[in-house]
Write a protein of this length. Structure first.
Length: 360
């Protein structure tokens, strides 16, 4: 999967784009659908595009806009010089959460509103309690010790970091957290991390752009060369995108909405897949891989349209029809894990077409 996806000015443009792909794929012309947007100078693609415009399904102006949007989808993956990982919920988890800082804030809420967040200043728990005008926080310190003692790596963390490092890509841990939580992280991850970028050091909290500006400055890369990997949509995904970086969302439970699934990964290793194999693949394997990626996209778009229709049914239909529509949604909303029989004819047609052109 490419890290980049098409961008559209309006939801209507996105709907037209999806409808065109769906229409072409529905006629067993998935390879043509790919060509229309990937190779607009190809004569076959031009014929298909012209037919679309003449049929009134898309205007000439809108087709030009769709081509521009598709340039991003089918472009070569952008260069990634650094991958930044969020910490808690992404690389590590807390076995016993006690929230000692939040407990202090609840005890002195008015005073806390006048002070910087403990995640945005270099301060430990006891000093923060004193700044709030509270007595020595013996109970909260015990809670903190319990939390820190139960911080553990996710099973896939070390392998994922090693794979990134083996590809010569710099690694950062970029996280919103208070000072005491940094020490266990460094002990667990050690030499696998090049840059530690914490909110308490930066003085600013994700998703603020200043957090990401400081991160790329320390990594010595452009914003577009950074891939942010995290489990919090607003802080890690929205924040990175607004800072002109790329992002992958860690969705370990597999409950992402349809739109989010395009950039979601259930396992940490899938957030930045091993790209070394491409250099070892034969030409036929590369062709098959490219076709499969494109057909995955068409397959997903098809069910996105179907799901939208069924949701409309759920809103307006009698109870019996609602129940039937809900069953279809539950069964087919995400079909990518199901057998590939529905995609096999398209795959065969695409390979035959490419082979015929190479030997023409």
């Amino acid at each position: 999967m490419s890290d980049a996806l098409p961008s559209f000015r309006t939801p209507a443009e996105q709907a037209v784009y999806a409808a065109v792909l769906h229409d072409l794929a529905g006629r067993d012309r998935g390879d043509k659908a790919v060509m229309v947007f990937r190779e607009p100078t190809d004569p076959d693609a031009a014929v298909v595009a012209d037919a679309m415009i003449r049929a009134g399904r898309v205007s000439d102006t809108l087709y030009a806009r769709l081509l521009a949007a598709a340039d991003r989808l089918y472009a070569s993956p952008p260069v990634t010089r650094a991958v930044a990982f969020d910490a808690f919920g992404t690389l590590v988890h807390i076995g016993r959460k006690r929230h000692p800082f939040e407990r202090l804030i609840r005890q002195a809420r008015d005073q806390a509103q006048t002070l910087p967040s403990p995640m945005a200043q270099l301060i430990d728990l006891a000093d923060y309690a004193a700044a709030l005008g509270l007595p020595h926080p013996d109970a909260e310190l015990a809670m903190l010790d319990q939390e820190l003692a139960t911080i553990a790596l996710f099973p896939d963390t070390l392998d994922a970091l090693r794979r990134v490092r083996e590809q010569g890509v710099r690694i950062a841990v970029a996280s919103n957290l208070a000072l005491p939580y940094a020490f266990p992280l460094k002990a667990l991850l050690g030499d696998l991390v090049d840059i530690w970028h914490f909110s308490f050091d930066a003085g600013v909290i994700k998703p603020d752009r200043a957090f990401y500006a400081g991160l790329t400055a320390r990594l010595g890369c452009e914003a577009s060369e950074l891939l942010m990997v995290g489990d919090t949509w607003r802080d890690d995904i929205v924040g990175a995108v607004e800072a002109v970086s790329r992002a992958r969302w860690i969705d370990r439970e597999g409950c992402a909405s349809h739109a989010r699934r395009f950039i979601a990964a259930r396992e940490l290793g899938d957030a930045y897949p091993d790209r070394r194999r491409a250099g070892q693949m034969t030409e036929l394997e590369l062709v098959r891989s490219s076709i499969d990626a494109n057909l995955n996209y068409l397959h997903t778009q098809r069910w996105a349209l179907q799901a939208a229709r069924l949701r409309q049914t759920l809103k307006n239909a009698p109870e019996a029809e609602k129940a039937a529509a809900k069953r279809v949604l539950d069964d087919h909303y995400d079909t990518r894990g199901q057998p590939e029989t529905s995609r096999a004819p398209l795959m065969r047609n695409a390979i035959v077409t490419i082979a015929a052109r190479k030997h023409a």
